[in-house]
Write a protein that binds this ligand. Structure first.
Ligand code: ZN
Length: 323
């Protein structure tokens, strides 16, 4: 296992390790593909490593078992929830009761709760007491794309660390490891910025990721003030998960455009679209678009009808930008 980029997050984690104050409950948040799961495994290695250093050695038998996902005391609850890999009350209750028993091999058990922002509020509530009164041998790591769908009561009990992307050199190294170089690497960097996971998924699947295409097309339509094109882009999505991803990306694009408008040069992944938006809209309009995207992102799992919701999103964007 190798870790590319994520320098700020790694620094924060190393500081926790050095001071011996790794938080009992940690939240790693950042874009899809940015490497939250890899970093969660890295933190789990830190707990399990035979060398007991401030950072894991990443080579001993314990570190190896964690990286291969075969360590009996590193638990991925989402994988234990049954076929659908969705959090559910029965699965969570079973997990919680299992976690009151001591770990198998060592002194510590690590629970890596992925996609906390996709967990329904009642399920998050069920976890509250569990993380509030932690048993000595349990540690919790949560991952999420954004904090907006996470209950305040949970947020106030975790230490949040933002997972940052890779710089050009790191992306190049990660791509080179997969035999990708030259012009193709340039293209991927232009398209995905420092998001190594998104670049590799795109490269390996050989096809455009639908939610990403929809986000780019919707942003272009908004920049060109073409409401029906925006609606078509969002209606191209088949699942709530895709719409959720698209709204997440749109909020990033709007934030990037607002930053550019304010004279900053953010290293975002969607330069062409954020440039157009920054040129065509006021800071106020861009902030309005951003706020709407974040609000709708938080609603995407509670809204029952995908097509109606796509229409609502589009209407909300065009209302706020014309104000
Ligand atoms: Zn080790």
């Amino acid at each position: 296992m190798k870790i590319y980029g994520k320098k700020r997050a790694l620094n924060a984690l190393t500081n926790f390790g050095r001071s011996g104050r790794m938080p009992h409950a940690l939240l790693l948040y950042g874009a899809r593909g940015i490497g939250k799961r890899t970093l969660a495994d890295y933190v789990a290695m830190g707990y399990m490593c035979e060398k007991h250093g401030a950072v894991p050695c990443m080579q001993c038998n314990e570190c190896r078992r964690v990286s291969e996902h075969i360590h009996p005391d590193v638990v991925y609850p989402l994988k234990l929830m049954g076929d659908k890999e969705r959090y559910n009350m029965d699965g969570l209750r079973q997990l919680i009761s299992d976690c009151y028993i001591k770990p198998n091999d060592g002194d510590i058990r690590v629970c890596i709760f992925e996609k906390l922002d996709e967990m329904r509020p009642e399920h998050q509530n069920a976890l509250l007491k569990f993380i509030e009164e932690p048993l000595d041998f349990n540690r919790y790591i949560f991952t999420a794309e954004k904090k907006v769908s996470i209950l305040e009561t949970i947020l106030s009990r975790v230490t949040a660390v933002e997972v940052d992307g890779a710089d050009g050199a790191d992306l190049w190294a990660a791509l080179a490891e997969k035999g990708i170089g030259g012009e193709r690497a340039e293209e991927l960097y232009a398209r995905f910025g420092g998001n190594i996971g998104a670049a590799l998924t795109f490269e390996e699947s050989g096809e455009e990721l639908q939610y990403m295409t929809a986000a780019v097309n919707a942003a272009e339509a908004i920049a060109g003030r073409r409401e029906s094109a925006c609606l078509m882009a969002l209606l191209s999505l088949k699942t709530r998960e895709e719409l959720f991803e698209t709204l997440g990306i749109l909020s990033d694009i709007f934030a990037e455009a607002a930053a550019k408008r304010g004279g900053k040069e953010p290293a975002g992944a969607f330069r062409a679209q954020s440039d157009k938006l920054a040129a065509g809209f006021s800071t106020k309009a861009l902030t309005g678009l951003y706020n709407e995207a974040v609000r709708l992102y938080g609603m995407s799992f509670t809204n029952p009808n995908l097509r109606l919701f796509a229409g609502e999103c589009c209407g909300a964007f065009f209302t706020v930008m014309e104000k």
